[in-house]
Design a protein around this ligand. Sequence first.
Ligand code: PXG
Length: 450
Amino acid sequence: MPETQHTTGYSSKSAAPVDLNAYWLPFSGNRQFKQKPRIIVAAESCHYIDAVGRRVFDAMSGLWCCGFGHNRPEIAAAVQRQLLTLDYAPAFQFAHPQAFELASRLTGMTPTGLDHVFFTNSGSETVETALKMAKAYWRLKGQPQKQRLIGRAKGYHGANFGGTSVGGIEPNRAPYGELTAADHLPHTLLTENAFSRGLPERGAELADALETLVAQHGAEHIAAVIVEPFSGSAGVIVPPRGYLARLRTICDAHDILLIFDEVITGFGRTGHVFGANAFGVTPDILCIAKALTNGTVPMGAVVAATPIYDTFMGVDGPEYMVEFPHGYTYSGHPVACAAALAALDIFEREGLAARAAALAPYFENALHGLRGTKHITDIRNYGLAGALQIDCIPGEPVRRPFEIALKCWEKGLYVRWAGDTVQLGPPLISEKHQLDDAFSILSEVIASVA
Ligand code: PXG
């Protein structure tokens, strides 16, 4: 059967019809999308403009990445300057000044002791880098058997092999069988914590499941545990009070590296610079991406604690030897560095972590104001991140959130649907009246959905 030719009407170069099937969208329902494409053509501060001219409030900061607002001229100017000065420099065995500048800038922002930055190009690459770094570290320390990786149920750590394996969102793993061996701690989504505001009170002892895995495998076989300070993709699952500190204590007791995946929680989302600051727990390895460049140019980074870096640098052999045989053509890309430096200027100059912290109680009140609206079985929030748990239609857990999000889009509000949740991560620069409008659309839409 010939493939249907759909047209968007937005062919940029020619009048030829665009074949919608030429583009295979990531993490999307392609068949549904192509019946009625949602095409975004422009952005402005906290809004998107779609192909029919609709202005849509970006209540997800893109995909959690554009929290400082869209189309910031300072970032555009820095990128243009960089493109006309040094568009690319080899990342292996050579470097350029902006990579050092950005690395130093970042180590000035990360918790004490996290002082060495390895650049990547996405959250997924960041996670792969962190996992390989952890495994290689133990080999260099003379403990080659310390290799097991532990994630957490409902965790999301990107789409590559290692990240998918330590990830705990079942539908993301199921299509592929086993990729890399990994164990999982239980998630911390407890019904008795439903409708908690901020940190839930119950469940810190769930961290003790790590002791069970230690008893099962022996600490001498476990390299690292990776968790998101709060789980983003699974729908803002906030750690129970004391949980992360307990995980840190158990890792310390057994010499297990603790990796925080702060791809979503970094750069102000929690109302602090990092989730590590918000929750008062410092990991051995910190993973960042997304808001590092305000979403403008792909970039990520692993920030490693000094003992890890020193172990690699202390390796036997001649000094010209590569200590960590890992990296990417575009690691520390000059254009990405320029974008990140300009984005961090904005972040610091405008005090956006503090702004998020100041706006968070207003956001929390508005979000929890939806309690009692039909279909909503839980509401969770931290900083400027929030999620609604939506009662499932039997056999179709994803349908209702999907219908809610599409109706919101039509009414000028972009929220994300994933699994049985609707999620919000508004720009850190949002105004209260914009949040009011967003919540009034959301409440009206949820009430109208069957
Ligand atoms: N770790 C975490 C914690 C993430 O949230 C990644 C790694 C992977 O990043 P890249 O840049 O490779 O996509 C992510 C990405 C959502 C959503 O709606 C979340 C992500 C991506 C897209 C959508 O929750 N997180």
